[in-house]
Design a binder for this molecule. Sequence first.
Ligand code: HEM
Length: 394
Amino acid sequence: MSNIELFNPYDWAFHDDPYPIYQQLREEHPVYHNPSLNFYALSRYEDVVNAFKNWPVFSSSAGVALENVSADVSKVFSMLGQDPPRQQAVRGIVRKVFTPRRIIEQEPILQRMCQQYIADFPEDSEVDFIEQFAGKVPMDLISEMIGVPACDRDMIRGWANDLIERVDGSPDIPPKAIEGSLGLLGYFGDMVKERRKTGHGDDLTTSMLTAELDGERLDDEEIVSFLFLMSVAGNETTTKLLANALYWGQKYPSEFSKVQVDHGNIPNWIEETTRFDSSSQILYRLTMEDTTLHGVTIPKGVKVALLIGAANRDPSFFERPEQYNIDRDFRNNIAFGKGVHFCLGAALARLEGRVCMEELFKAYRSYRIDEDSLVRVHSGNVRGFSQMKVRFAR
Ligand code: HEM
């Protein structure tokens, strides 16, 4: 395989096992260059972490996908498509309302949601895990937090799902995905206007209208962008995390049995899943100046892929990284990124992972995935399944 073909970001996410490629990149091409698509990739743990921290050189201003996005589109992605100081200002205001306390308060709500979906499982407990559980809970929880009424949640979830629609092997954004974005943006725009008029409620959207930091508030457009970002960053990633946990639990029965014996091991199961096979494995940056690493100069103005998935398997930072081991030391896990853009929803994602699994395994003792039913998503950024038939057993 030539150096150029080694890493194709358009078929990577649905590659059943990208880890041998990651290993080859780390060992042989620590600064990988793909001239036909003109991007670079970093795969060693230290390089990925340093690039995350070095935002003046590795900028988010052109978005976090391979394709550059225009300044207008970038605005829609709120802080994710910005660099400090603006990114820090927006993040600072959002953090005033997206607090640890608000996250903890979601636990009983989440429990009820899970119990309801589990109660709707058919008699034989055979479900499409994505369609009937993992693809529902994350967006419903976001809807609950931001104040979308129950009657609109299916519609919101539909747009959020359309948004991530991609055509195999094509980097273009299909019309359905554009319609999904416009649907969400229009809905959130109306919701913010409505809240400004009526001005009461204790949801996140209402709190954001008056939240301020150093005397500064977010305008309506910025609030809409943040609501949109939550739907993009917090929905699919969490759906994939839940299914990936079941998948690896089945592949490594000895690890799942630790969970069966003691549900107190669920947080570790979730954490190891994010390290071992994270739903968010590639994020791109745009170089603001020439920068030299391992003797290779990456020029100014190109996209650089930061391979989180490869870094999280770097043997210099993880003992026996190729093993799925829920008892390992997780301190170096960078599934939720590093530096100024560190995932704002990491605590929420961990809470969702824990509560969903607690509720499932309160109701059931074990499960079996029909491996023939598995379908992977075709996406440049997200890794995981879009279909997974599972039979749960009591
Ligand atoms: C398994 C689930 C999740 C994973 C693996 C994940 C991963 C990440 C990563 C790696 C970043 C850093 C992006 C960058 O450096 O460019 C990020 C940012 C972000 N995440 Fe998550 N995330 C998850 C769930 C969530 C949830 C549930 C929410 C909220 C509802 C959320 C909200 C955000 C936001 C707002 C940012 C942007 C922060 C900034 O730019 O300052 N994420 N996430």
